[in-house]
Write a protein that binds this ligand. Structure first.
Ligand code: CA
Length: 464
């Protein structure tokens, strides 16, 4: 699986989706102006799907029943598929979970056990048209697949999606997606893949890291996970899907973690993280990460970073232009938590960078010069006082600022950057962000390492 060269694989860009967000954000036109009524061009999005399915959708369901000559009711998920994709307008990878949810809803068979076999098993009791329409009430809004997505995934009594709600959806993908067939024999990799995908979804949508995704966030943040689910249905080749479900990116994340986790207890301590990226991070930075100020760890073991925490860190570290990343690094450097990164805080982190460079016999740059560079780059409202809003205005340079004070590799790369090379990289893959580029490079590196050491089966899956 790792021998294929990712760079040569055709890439499919995400739909921009800009339209969707602008329609959500636009304000209502004034209803009355003078004597003329201005017609409203924008309809507000619903918060709750309608109590009963619109007539048109009911008729379409009826047609699908007739077309398939289903007389007593639906018995298999295959029979449900055209209704889910054409009437509900959801990804075909929603079919199996919905089929199971129907069985649970009507208390049919052993559906609640959610064993893999039961997920794909035919229903012992036929699901009639009436039953299907009954289940749709308050869940399906055919004109608004995002709303349907939210209400199908979440638990009925919650106003949010939590991690475990996605489990059945990931299981269905792993059971039925042709691009993931090679994982089917290795339960451990399936679990890790599912964990990774879910963590990445939460990274984008659960901005506060509370383990909940609300409808508003689902409508707002990109890349839209509903679109990615659709891409999954359109591409049997998993390499075509770059967001969330990317197998290559999962492979890179998992291998990076595995390499650091020396005792393989699935937890990292400070010494493990210090090895990251060729010992790039300073000790002060790692101490700060383990203080859990930038984000709280999810592990039950104090002082240990879990896999999910590592994914969050990795995404923040390798793509430093996103809001989440900027927040992560900002809170890391703002030692006294006063909302400003001031010169004493920068000095504290820079000191160690200088010491490390001296040890390696590199030329060092005086702090005053670095300070000048940083002021020029970020141009904060008050010189020497860097606020989160300053970084968000200078998104392109925020990453360089944080690198200078935290990572030796990234600092040196910044000091010796080659604008021509950077431009070329940008032109080679215009749709790639820093994260995509890093993953593609790492995937190549890991694939080459694996080819050199065919006996090392540590993370090589099933292709021996
Ligand atoms: Ca501060």
């Amino acid at each position: 699986m790792a021998n294929e060269v990712p760079a040569s694989a055709p890439r499919k860009s995400l739909k921009d989706g800009g339209e969707k967000i602008s329609s959500t954000l636009s304000t209502t036109a004034p209803a009355v102006s003078g004597s003329k009524v201005i017609p409203r061009f924008w309809t507000p999005k619903l918060q709750v799907p309608p109590d009963s399915l619109p007539t048109a959708a009911r008729e379409k369901i009826h047609t699908h029943f007739a077309k398939q000559a289903i007389t007593d009711g639906i018995r298999t998920h295959q029979q449900l598929e055209p209704i889910v994709t054409e009437v509900f307008r959801l990804s075909k990878y929603f079919v199996v979970p919905i089929f199971n949810k129907l069985k649970v809803f009507y208390d049919i068979g052993d559906a609640s056990q959610k064993t893999k076999a039961s997920l794909l098993a035919p229903s012992p009791v036929p699901i009639t048209e009436q039953m299907l329409i009954g289940w749709c009430s308050g869940k399906i809004c055919p004109d608004d697949p995002v709303l349907s997505f939210f209400y199908i995934v979440k638990k009925e009594h919650n106003d949010w999606i939590e991690r475990e709600d996605f489990t059945i959806f990931l299981t269905a993908i792993l059971l039925t997606h042709p691009g993931l067939e090679f994982l089917r024999e290795t339960q451990e990799f399936q679990d890790r893949y599912a964990d990774t995908v879910i963590s990445r979804i939460f990274f984008v949508y659960d901005r506060k890291g509370v383990g909940r995704i609300y409808l508003l966030a689902l409508r707002r943040y990109k890349p839209y996970v509903t679109d990615t689910w659709q891409q999954l249905a359109e591409n049997d080749d998993i390499k075509m899907v770059r967001e969330y479900f990317s197998y290559e990116q999962f492979y890179v994340i998992y291998c990076t973690f595995w390499e650091l986790d020396s005792d393989h207890d699935f937890l990292l301590d400070k010494d493990d993280l210090l090895k990251y990226d060729g010992h790039a991070l300073s000790r002060r930075t790692v101490d700060r990460i383990f203080s859990e100020i930038p984000t709280k760890f999810t592990t039950a073991v104090p002082g240990k970073m879990g896999y999910e925490d590592f994914i969050r860190f990795l995404l923040c570290d390798q793509d430093r232009q996103t809001d989440r990343s900027m927040e992560y690094w900002f809170y890391l450097f703002d030692l006294d938590g006063d909302g400003v990164i001031s010169d004493s805080e920068m000095k504290y982190f820079y000191e160690e960078q200088v010491q490390r460079m001296e040890c390696l016999n590199y030329d060092t740059i005086p702090f005053a010069d670095i300070m000048c560079q940083m002021n020029d780059m970020i141009s904060p409202e008050f010189e020497g006082h860097f606020r989160l809003t300053d970084f968000k205005k200078k998104r392109k340079f925020a990453g360089a600022f944080f690198s200078v004070f935290s990572s030796l590799n990234k600092f040196l790369a910044f000091e010796h950057r080659d604008p021509f090379m950077a431009k070329q990289e940008q032109m080679d893959n215009p749709n790639f962000n820093d994260w995509d580029r890093w993953c593609a490079d790492e995937y190549l590196r890991l694939a080459m390492e694996e080819n050199e050491e065919p006996e090392d089966a540590a993370v090589s899956g099933d292709d021996s």
